[in-house]
Design a protein around this ligand. Structure first.
Ligand code: HEC
Ligand code: HEC
Length: 147
């Protein structure tokens, strides 16, 4: 009795293994997710380092790119460490460019003494700079280049 069951099970195992083998054979070679054959050593993509030095603006209204590292400066609902150098009250002694006056206008056009809420999260508009190929290609030209 026991022997019969065992024979039955092994017959099942053998036939399913064979069936699996046949499927693997018919669907071609195994495709790896990392593209390239398993023994290949693939090179990591180039890391584009942040660049120092102020870059030319691509169009007149462009928020200037950030010419220094910025990830270490805390920016949340209460704290904005960028203002520690760029606010008009401190920029002179810090040797940093002062926020332009547009940053002190609220949405009704009132002049404020403190940075406007609409300009609080600097990295909404200002981004670090690196000379990297664009992720999505484009053929943008500023309007003065079209004249
Ligand atoms: C420790 C002082 C300091 C802090 C903090 C600081 N900056 Fe600056 N920032 C500077 C200085 C100095 C320059 C001018 C650098 C130069 O001319 O190469 C500058 C330049 C810039 C410019 C370029 C302005 C232009 O007209 O080209 C932008 C934009 C800027 N910073 C944004 C930021 C943002 C956003 C933060 C916060 C994430 C920040 N900065 C924090 C000192 C600071
Ligand atoms: C809504 C978009 C926006 C936000 C948010 C914003 N900026 Fe700007 N910023 C601009 C634009 C656009 C310019 C260039 C035109 C101008 O001066 O208004 C600029 C100019 C600057 C300049 C150059 C000023 C000059 O006269 O050369 C500095 C420095 C700067 N921003 C820093 C900051 C910092 C620091 C913050 C956060 C407290 C911030 N910005 C938030 C859009 C923004």
């Amino acid at each position: 009795m026991k022997l019969q069951v065992l024979v039955g099970i092994s017959a099942l195992v053998v036939s399913t293994t064979l069936a699996g083998f046949a499927i693997a054979q018919s669907s071609g070679s195994v495709q790896s997710l990392r593209s390239g054959d398993l023994p290949d050593t693939l090179r990591a993509e180039q890391v584009h380092k942040q660049m120092e030095g102020r870059m030319k603006r691509n169009y007149r209204q462009q928020p200037p790119l950030i010419p220094h590292s910025s990830s270490q400066y805390q920016m949340d609902k209460r704290t904005n460490q960028c203002l520690g150098c760029h606010d008009w009250t401190v920029a002179g002694e810090r040797g940093a460019p002062t926020l332009s006056m547009t940053h002190y206008l609220d949405r009704e056009g009132n002049q404020l003494d403190t940075v406007a809420g609409t300009r609080w999260f600097c990295n909404q508009c200002h981004v670090p700079q690196a000379n990297a190929p664009e992720l999505v290609g484009n053929d943008f030209q500023p309007s003065n280049a079209l004249r």
